[in-house]
Design a protein around this ligand. Structure first.
Ligand code: PLP
Length: 452
């Protein structure tokens, strides 16, 4: 059994100065492992334990930790004295804009921010300014950041959610204190994969925007059903709302043009973050000219304020340029590598789960995957929470720590491969899963139950 005495000591010392001991409280997990360094696909903690990383810091590490190309670009801007000037434009930000518009042909222009939350915030502002409407729709189970409009209706327990509400909205269920009550009037949460509910909202309220991840990747990995994204596009055109794809997780991880390009559905606005800069803090809002130009509208009453001391900071900007160039190399061959590794992982997991008598499915898109302990791939959050067994998921994650494999220690959290993972790493992981589930099978066999 892996032990974490130094980690425990650091957490208790840090708790004297930081509430809960952890910066960004959604990172607080049990066991409270304190990581010290990482290289490629591997991480080391302060107690000297080593782990094969599938958390990827919630998704950014598409090339792996400490990537030498990204490091070199970052060191170069520092050595060249490319400081943060906070005045006028820079060559670097122009290079990033050109690069992104080149690799994602449906984009007219971009703006650069630091985090995904800032980008979704600005996207909703643009939509409201463009339409003159205030109401927005989001899917139950979708995450778009920490701000007031979207910090709601995420991993809501079934007891709060109640019965499935087709073609209807769920109550506004904030995931934070301090959100003004007025937001419950303006934000409408509906089932993912349910076009009827979106149309019902459009009939009921003047909708400015529908914001969604094209694949729900904050509750594992829930794919859009065939026709769903196309249906959203058609409804946006019919009712005049702005279709926002939040590709903070899916963008640059599944394809250079994000999942939009694979689905061949063009949103009005798109936001990227995470994998775009391989671990450096950078996010992008991009899309159609008539919307993006509201940032510089000659009409001051409609101009959308875009400010931020650190927007376009040279360090993350250089990291993003290096990351995108690397992803684009050899005709974006890296995505074939992801598909090969991902498929090997999925097939291996499915075989082991079946052979060890587990009722489970593996959802996957390229390098991202998630095991659900239920008998079908979920359609939406309600379906997932009604059928999945989080305890089995928890046990698997916990026991894998003793096999040097790090899945984030919360059920239904997606795993991510990186370019630094190898076939040998995948096989090592499958051996770990096999050993955990076989041990469980033996214990349960002795107790007379397969699914305990
Ligand atoms: C889909 C999605 N949108 C937005 C965000 C917010 O990004 P950030 O944490 O960089 O503010 C996240 C973060 O997990 C995300 O997964």
């Amino acid at each position: 059994m892996t032990l974490y005495p130094k980690s425990q000591a650091i957490l208790s010392e840090n708790s004297r100065f930081i509430p809960g001991g952890v910066v960004s409280t959604n990172r607080a997990v049990d066991p409270p492992i304190v990581f010290r360094r990482a290289e490629g696909a591997w991480m080391w903690d302060v107690d000297g334990n080593r782990y094969l990383d599938y958390h990827a810091a919630f998704g950014p590490y598409v090339l792996g930790h400490n990537d030498r190309h990204v490091n070199a670009a970052v060191l170069r801007v520092i050595e060249e004295g490319r400081s943060l000037f906070g005045s006028g434009t820079t060559e670097l930000e122009g290079e990033l804009g050109r690069l992104i518009c080149d690799v994602v042909p449906f984009l007219d222009s971009i703006q650069v921010l630091n985090t995904g939350s800032e980008a979704t915030y600005q996207a909703l502002r643009l939509a409201r300014a463009a339409t003159g409407r205030d109401h927005i729709i989001k899917p139950q189970g979708g995450y778009h950041g920490w701000h007031n409009d979207v910090a709601c209706n995420l991993m809501t327990p079934l007891s709060t959610l109640g019965p499935r509400r087709n073609a209807d909205e769920y109550p506004f269920l904030p995931i934070s204190g301090g959100i003004p009550a007025g937001h419950s009037e303006l934000v409408h949460a509906v089932n993912f994969n349910d076009l009827e509910s979106v149309e019902a909202m459009c009939r009921k309220y003047p909708i400015a925007a529908f914001i969604t991840e094209p694949i729900l990747q904050n509750v594992g990995l829930i794919h859009p059903q065939p026709g769903y994204l196309e249906g959203l596009r058609a409804l946006a055109d019919k009712y005049g709302f702005v279709l926002i794809f939040d590709e903070v997780k899916t963008g640059f991880r599944h394809a250079l043009g994000g999942f939009s390009s694979l689905a061949k559905v063009t949103p009005d606005l798109v936001v990227y973050g995470k994998a775009i800069a391989n671990g450096y803090p950078l996010a992008v809002i991009a899309g159609k000219k008539y919307l993006m130009d509201l940032f510089v509208s000659p009409d001051a009453s409609n101009r959308v304020l875009l400010a931020g001391t650190y927007n376009g900071h040279p360090v993350p900007t250089a990291a993003a340029i290096a990351t995108i160039k690397r992803l684009a190399e050899n005709n974006a061959a890296i995505y074939t590598h992801f598909e090969t590794l991902g498929a090997r992982m999925q097939t291996g997991l499915e075989k082991i789960l079946k052979e060890t008598g587990n009722r489970a499915v593996v959802a996957r898109q390229g390098s991202a995957f998630c095991t659900y302990f239920m008998d079908h791939l979920p359609l939406d959050w309600h379906d997932l929470i009604s059928n999945n067994d989080p305890e089995q998921d928890n046990h698997l994650r916990r026991d894998l720590l003793d096999r040097s494999i790090y899945f984030f220690q919360l059920p239904m959290k997606q795993c991510s491969l990186s370019a630094a993972h190898t076939e040998a790493d995948v096989d090592f992981t499958l051996e770990g899963v096999q050993s955990v589930l076989s041990a469980k099978l033996q214990t349960n066999g002795k107790q007379g139950s397969l699914h305990g």
